[in-house]
Structures are given as structure tokens and as C-alpha cells.
Design a protein around this ligand. Structure first.
Ligand code: NAP
Length: 292
């Protein structure tokens, strides 16, 4: 395939961020603070197990202590809420994360709301999301949107006055990302599209930047991408590769869009590693605040 786009290398940038964090962790350790992330995994979803393992490995690389608590899929909502309550009180824990998705008897919003906002390293607590609406980006930011913003900034992509289309309006990706893009100082003109939107193809064709967070493999076609626009592919889906008979990871954007885009994130190796880097950053920020 002919590729003209510059790859937005999330894997490389995330390793640079980890190197910086490692130094900050060592400094905190000298002051007697050991940044500590607690991860709760309820059930045995294989994809979630992989995500949790990746987070644990990243903690190891940066010197952050991680504790993993695995609970059976029959665990009640109250049991998880009680565990979070204990972790909120535990001064040794600086970040609490409950891996999504949780089994259906557990309401994820209730879980999010229970986590102490100062330990909400996923950045999903209403208090942290509310700060974003107020234009305050100094709190704990949602990891995937923060990772995307960092990736764009690192590539020196100026968003001021640019037409950015976000496909997807979830509370973890599309909606907070749209707020970050529209904030003062970034100054993009943001269009949010979703499953009830009409003419997404045409909206994309007139956009300088497309950010796809849909969860549908290859939803965005090469023909939707204007010449020299920037494409960020958040989606990760496992699909069967007919040529090998094995599963492979596919994004929300056709790979052939690389032929027309000026910059594009690969899948894997784009947004995914940046999400983890931002999780580690939030954990270190939270630990450093406790030390003040
Ligand atoms: P989600 O909660 O399922 O949200 C998907 C969004 O896409 C919804 O807003 C939905 O619209 C919209 N949508 C669905 N079908 C559509 C269609 N035909 N046309 C237009 N919009 C449509 O998913 P999410 O949690 O935001 O995640 C999205 C993707 O990103 C998934 O593949 C997920 O695995 C991936 N992801 C990756 C990372 C990473 O670190 N790389 C992190 C998080 C998520 P409605 O609101 O109308 O339903």
C-alpha cells in the first residue's frame, strides 16, 4: 500500500513520557512517596485481562507500584463499592481504576461516582469532568482524550480555527475530547457526530481533522478523508483475518486512508499506548499532590 501520511507514533511518545515519569517517581520515592495504582478487575473478560496486564507492565517500567484485585463475575455492586470505599481511605493508594466493562449487575456510573475524585486516575468522576466544562485542564483528565491531545501537540498540529469532527459521543472518549478540543487555547471548531447523525461522510469530507471513536471496524472510508487532513483512529476491534485464520486488531478507519491523510495514528501503536501513558501520568500527579 502507498502510504503518504506521517504516522502519529503513540508507542514511541508513550515511552518518552514513561522515561520522564520514571524520573519523577524516583524523586517522589526519595521524599517517601511511592506512587501506587490499584486496579480492580471484575470477571474474566479476556480483552480486559490483556488491558490490565498492559497497565501493570507499564507501572513496572516506570516504578509505580500496582496492585491488582481480581473479583469473580458474580461480585455484587455493593461489594465493589465497599472495596472502593476502603481504597479511598487507604493513604498508600493514589489511583483507583475499575476496569470496564463490568458485569451487568454493576452500574459503572455508580462505581465512578464512588471513587475519591483525587484518586480518579481514569478522569471520569463528575467533579473532574465538570472541571473540563469550566475550562480547567489542571485536574485529572480522562486518559484517552488527554493522550490524543498530547499526541497532536507533540506533532505540532495547530488546531486553532480548524474544523475537527469527532465521531462518537461517549463519556470516556468522544464527549470529553470534544470539550478539550474546543477549550480556549486549543480553539478548534468541533462537530460531534453519533449514531443519529446524518451525512457523516460529507461532514468528514469537509473536516481538517477526523477523530473516530465509534467501535466499528473500518467505519471511516478513505473516500471520506480530505487530502492532507489529520486522522486519529481511537477504535480497537478484534476481527478475523481470513488470510491467516487468526484474530487481528482493526481500527475505526480504513488503513488506506493513510494514502490521503497528512498525519494518521496506526492501530495498534497509536492512541492505545497514549491512554496508558496518561493513566500513569494521572497516578504520579495524584501521588505528588498527596505529598504537598
Ligand atoms: P461507545 O461508548 O460504544 O461509543 C461509541 C460512539 O459511537 C457512540 O457515541 C455512538 O453513538 C457512536 N456510533 C455508533 N455507531 C455509529 C454510527 N453508525 N455512526 C456514527 N456514530 C456511531 O465506545 P467508546 O468507549 O467511546 O469507544 C469507541 C472505540 O474506541 C471502541 O473501539 C473502543 O474499543 C475504542 N477505545 C480505545 C481506547 C484506546 O485506548 N485506544 C480507549 C477507549 C476506547 P450513540 O451515542 O448515538 O450511541
Amino acid at each position: 500500500m502507498f502510504v503518504s501520511a506521517v504516522l502519529l507514533d503513540g508507542k514511541g511518545l508513550s515511552r518518552d513520557i514513561e522515561d520522564e515519569l520514571k524520573i519523577r517517581v524516583e524523586e517522589l520515592n526519595k521524599g517517601g512517596i511511592k506512587p501506587h495504582l490499584a486496579v480492580i478487575l471484575v470477571g474474566d473478560d479476556p480483552a480486559s485481562q490483556v488491558y490490565v496486564r498492559n497497565k501493570e507492565n507499564a507501572c513496572k517500567r516506570t516504578g509505580i507500584k500496582s496492585t491488582k484485585i481480581i473479583l469473580p463475575s458474580s461480585t455484587s455492586e455493593k461489594e465493589v463499592l465497599d472495596l472502593i470505599g476502603q481504597m479511598n481511605e487507604d493513604e498508600d493508594i493514589h489511583g483507583i481504576l475499575v476496569q470496564s466493562p463490568t458485569p451487568k449487575q454493576i452500574n459503572e456510573l455508580k462505581i465512578t461516582n464512588k471513587i475519591d475524585p483525587s484518586k480518579d486516575v481514569d478522569g471520569f468522576h463528575p467533579q473532574n469532568l465538570g472541571k473540563l466544562v469550566q475550562g480547567d485542564t489542571n485536574g485529572l483528565l480522562p486518559c484517552t482524550p488527554a493522550g490524543i491531545m498530547r499526541l497532536l501537540k507533540n506533532a505540532k498540529i495547530n488546531l486553532e480555527g480548524k474544523k475537527v469532527t469527532v465521531i462518537g459521543r461517549s463519556r470516556i472518549v468522544g464527549m470529553p475530547l470534544s470539550l478539550m478540543l474546543a477549550q480556549k487555547g486549543v480553539d478548534a471548531t468541533v462537530t460531534i457526530t453519533h449514531s443519529r447523525s446524518k451525512n457523516i461522510e460529507q461532514i468528514c469530507q469537509s473536516s481538517d481533522v477526523i477523530i473516530a471513536a465509534v467501535g466499528r471496524p473500518e467505519f471511516v472510508k478513505k473516500e471520506w478523508v480530505k487530502n492532507s487532513s489529520v486522522v486519529v483512529d481511537v477504535g480497537i476491534s478484534r476481527v478475523l483475518d481470513k488470510s491467516t485464520g487468526k484474530n487481528k486488531l482493526v481500527g475505526d478507519v480504513e488503513e488506506a486512508a493513510m494514502e490521503v491523510a497528512s498525519h494518521m495514528t496506526p492501530v495498534p501503536g497509536g492512541v492505545g499506548p497514549m491512554t496508558i501513558a496518561m493513566l500513569l501520568t494521572n497516578t504520579v500527579v495524584s501521588a505528588a499532590k498527596k505529598g504537598n
